[in-house]
Design a protein around this ligand. Sequence first.
Ligand SMILES: Cc1cc2nc3c(=O)[nH]c(=O)nc-3n(C[C@H](O)[C@H](O)[C@H](O)COP(=O)(O)OP(=O)(O)OC[C@H]3O[C@@H](n4cnc5c(N)ncnc54)[C@H](O)[C@@H]3O)c2cc1C
Length: 350
Amino acid sequence: MADAARGLTRRVMDELVEPLCVSALNLPAAQASGAVFLRVLRDALFGTRGGADLLLPRTDLGALLPEAATRWLAGRGAAVRLGHRVQQLAAEGTGWRVDGTRFDRVVLALPPAEAVRLLRPLAALHPPVAEWIALAQALEFTAIATAYAFAPQGAALPAPMLALRGGADDGPAQFVFDRGRLGGPAGLLAFVVSHAGGEAEAIEAAVLAQAARQLPWLGVLTPLRTVVERRATFACTPALRRPPQALAAGLAAAGDHVEGPYPATLEGAVRSGLQSIPGTHRGGAGHIAERTDARSESLSHIPPTLPPRSAHRSSARDAYPLISADGRVPADRPPRHAADRDAARGARRG
Ligand SMILES: Cc1cc2nc3c(=O)[nH]c(=O)nc-3n(C[C@H](O)[C@H](O)[C@H](O)COP(=O)(O)OP(=O)(O)OC[C@H]3O[C@@H](n4cnc5c(N)ncnc54)[C@H](O)[C@@H]3O)c2cc1C
């Protein structure tokens, strides 16, 4: 990303590129893949209508995504076995055996370390599997921390989500969510630290100090707990080689880490899952077969003008305008934009 951003002003970097890059790739621009970041920008700003809308769920993510998906699957006759950790994968004839049950085709939609564990016994017989394992083990990861704190009684953010000034001088958190305004307990705030470094205690102390500086009207916050996900996302660095989808006949991998055009996101995982199933990677699934190793582009390739306003979907009922940490809608940003993403998990993560 450092090459693609060359020549951009400090302000554009600080207020546009850095917050978007760390949100989408969980890496600062200096370390992130420019090709992947530009792909995300292109799809968000110039892809489908409403593609740049940020939407905040008013319900918890379990109800919003996995429970809805489970119902959808069950309604189509699929058997969903929750709480079962697959222990063994073995080749059997032209198919595969998973914990004793035979299948014609298997998709390993697992975190890379878990896929490696199941694949290791197959590596000697299937050279592509050995190569897959090597690529998966070479992935590096970056952390996301979420610091939860209670605001004094009656204090609330002026919107369900605020962007904070983050950075070495300002503090570690990029976004804060008011869970009280999103169906959670009143006064509960979630500060999201993408590309988090250090231990939970130090992050929590730095976030509280940042909140005192940038959100002084809230008063003194009471820390609840700080959760650090050390392997939250794979590090989407320039020219990264990711493990491929194909493993062997009838055996495929899927997941956000599998070769594809997107960083570690829900959308990347869904695209990968669709692509792993024959017959789904055309038509409705769009251009999911594209690869990340596309030629490196420069930000200057992005058209200087945005599509006309009429091309943007107006704020959805469940979305809110994005405003700055001091509670004002920035003058240069029309208040029409829907803001948000994912209350519990933040803008990535929360
Ligand atoms: C804190 C945090 C915040 C995030 N915020 C965002 C965000 O705001 N927006 C966004 O787009 N993305 C976000 N992400 C990234 C997003 O969650 C991932 O990109 C996405 O979940 C990856 O999906 P996946 O299917 O590849 O893997 P996973 O979601 O990890 O799914 C793998 C599944 O496999 C199961 N499993 C593991 N081992 C076994 C086994 N042996 N047998 C059976 N099942 C097994 C696991 O339980 C899990 O359910 C966030 C991630 C974290 C950690």
